[in-house]
Design a protein around this ligand. Structure first.
Ligand SMILES: [Mg+2]
Length: 334
């Protein structure tokens, strides 16, 4: 048995990976063969997405706990399935590691990934491991949904209401605390959690698709302003956001007292903070009454409206309208 087979066996033991059974249904061949074999049910569409999670780009191995790296790398990929309305089924894991990360670090990483797999009901179907000077995770997820119910980014129409799940900016606030070295302070640990262990909105995405309530959807990985601009560009429309309706994170006054800091402004965090993995979706007005104020305890808020005019704008209570500049995460800009 060579080192790679041992590593693969370790991964398969740590993460749900069994073909058959209630969650592995349809998976005929899983981890350990040359390829996985999946038999889809008739009348279902398959939904595929892949995502990278790289040391130095998406996380810092000396700052972020390995549990978080394992958890988040899988949740990010699963969130893209949520954004289509799909139910997650299987994933392929490509994991490249330096030798010094193959011991305890990897064990903790796998604990986090197993937690995300159970939460997302994802079964590991295969993958590959290799040596690399830094940690590089690449994940392909496969989801399934009833045929023709998929929710894309490109079907928002003027007049549609814009909804957002949860409170945007919480993940960014957690990251800002880490950047300032304040994440170990016990009273601020709950504020760091949304950055380390975001909750994917899988049940909400599938529910919206199943009941044909939304016209378009995207998950907020890059920040509300940036992801809204992606949705609007794909749909060839614009949007106006209602400033007073946008939920914002609570920033501790002690933190705000440290001096003027635009990055810790609650509205700035809400509009431009990344990695919340909330769902941003549009609903044709006749169906807006069917959107409840909460879904499984997560608030759903109408924050604006899609417009014919292809601009992002923000409307004050006073009636003043200003342009909204997308200022979230752009991988190639920063
Ligand atoms: Mg996405």
């Amino acid at each position: 048995v060579n080192e790679e087979s041992r590593l693969i066996a370790r991964i398969a033991r740590a993460i749900p990976s069994r073909p058959g059974g209630p969650r592995g249904g349809g998976l005929l061949v899983g981890v350990g063969d040359d390829a996985a074999v999946f038999r889809p049910r008739p009348g279902r569409d398959l939904v595929l997405s892949s995502d990278s999670f790289l040391e130095g780009v998406h996380f810092l191995a000396d700052v972020h706990p390995p549990e978080s790296a394992g958890y988040k790398s899988l949740v990010r990929a699963a969130s893209d399935l949520a954004a289509m309305g799909a139910e997650p089924r299987f994933f392929l894991l490509n994991l490249a590691l330096p030798a010094r990360r193959t011991g305890k670090w990897l064990d903790a990483f796998l604990v986090g990934m197993a937690r995300a797999a159970r939460r997302c009901r994802l079964v590991l179907a295969g993958g590959d491991t290799s040596r690399h000077p830094t940690v590089a995770v690449s994940i392909t997820v496969l989801g399934e949904m009833k045929a023709s119910l998929v929710l894309t980014r490109s079907a928002a129409r003027p007049g549609d209401r814009i909804y957002l799940s949860g409170v945007p900016g919480r993940a960014q606030l957690g990251l800002e605390l880490i950047r300032r070295g304040l994440h170990r302070k016990s009273e601020w640990k709950p504020l760091v959690r949304p950055h380390l262990f975001p909750e994917p909105r899988l049940a909400l995405g599938a529910w919206l698709a199943r009941h044909r309530l939304a016209s378009s959807m995207i998950d907020t990985s890059d920040g509300l302003s940036t992801d809204l601009s992606h949705l609007c560009e794909s749909s060839r429309v614009g949007a106006v956001l209602w400033r007073d309706k946008i939920p914002r994170p609570q920033v501790p006054t002690e933190l705000r007292r440290r001096g003027p800091n635009p990055e810790l402004n609650p509205e700035f965090l809400a509009l431009h903070g990344g990695e919340d993995y909330e769902l941003l979706f549009t609903v044709p007005r006749p169906r807006a009454g069917k959107i409840p104020p909460q879904f499984q305890g997560v608030p759903l808020t109408a924050i604006g409206e899609i417009t014919r005019r292809r601009r992002l704008r923000i409307l004050d209570l006073s009636g003043r309208v200003t342009l909204l500049q997308p200022r979230g995460w752009d991988h190639f800009e920063k």
